[in-house]
Design a protein around this ligand. Sequence first.
Ligand code: APR
Length: 388
Amino acid sequence: ESTEVVVIGAGPAGLTLANLLRQAGVGCVVLERQSRPYVEQRQRAGILDHRGAGVFESWGLADVVLAGMPQETKVEFRVDGEQRFLDVPTLTEGRLGRLVPQQVLVGRLLAHYVETGGDLRFEAAEVTPRGVGGPSPTVTYRDADGITHEIACSYVAGCDGHHGVSRVSVPEHALTTYSYDHGIGWLTILADAPPPRYPLMAITTHGFAAHFPRGPRASRFYLQCAPADTAADWPDERIWTQLRLRLADGDLPGGPIGEKVFVEMRSHVVDPMHYGRLFLVGDAAHIITPMGGKGMNLAVADADVLAHALRAAVRDGDEEPLAAYSATCLERVWNHQEFSRWMTEMTHEAGDETLAGPFRRRLARARFDRLFTSGPAARAFGDLMAGG
Ligand code: APR
């Protein structure tokens, strides 16, 4: 069998790309290692920034993805208990994002793709891209019945995340990887606890904490911890005690904790984001720390650039946008890496003096205060929040 594009992976990157390719009239097959329920239930990011939302609007998919999803309003910072609010509509000059939990984005894109006749194969094992350095690649995989399939294609989109097969199938010398260890740990939990009124980030001498809404009855919390900490260091009781302390809210209601995950606070970028006819999209090409909420947005932005480029190549025989794919994406990737690092540094160093010392703590406080005292500084921040 054959198709124009084989998409490996059905996370935010792969599902966005697959839907955009359908809108563009470019044929594709999506191969996903996991089962459908697994993919639908995986929880992570929660904000589609203004640019990210705009991608779906521009491809005629606003109704599919954005319907009923609330807009950003305010963000609260709590600095050693003192409340400071940032008004996002003012900051972004009206370029508002949407609060879209990842599983909602994934669920809606998946349903739309499948219901409109898209070809998506779950539980595809041993997915292997072959011959991507030459003119006629193929992708092989084994289905749930143990039968091996081979799909001939013109292009392969590696949307299979940080641990996928796509990037590692590229000869090592062909890619440069830039990595950075932020030197902190983050524990994230999902709890059946009332959401905050506004997304809330706390800067304190006890370490950073955050509280984000996940629907009407659930919350996601983040806690700065030591990089080597494990679940054994964080029994539920310590989590709630530390959250109440850092959020300066002794009455913060607790609730059953559904999931405890330690986020690896490391960033990675590969350059270039392609090899021959294989194009890397989303987490397969770059990992960004969660601060600033750009991971899912970068995946959506990459998919948008690649969908335009593949349409030009397949429909018009114009390969130039594909040749520019990596450079186009990497400009935004580095811009957002800088934003995320800038914000991570500010929110952690402004609180915890042991991280970088008292001098840097004052610097981080100055950086933070500037957001509330300087219109241009606030708008520059807002511009990046909106997606640059
Ligand atoms: N074969 C087939 N599928 C695979 C393979 C493989 N060898 N390896 C991984 N996959 C699938 C995974 O099961 C998953 O469904 O690829 C998908 C990758 O999805 P993600 O890891 O979510 O990556 P991506 O789609 O790039 O999402 C990017 O979204 O969750 C947010 O902030 C998060 O930065 C992240 C962003």
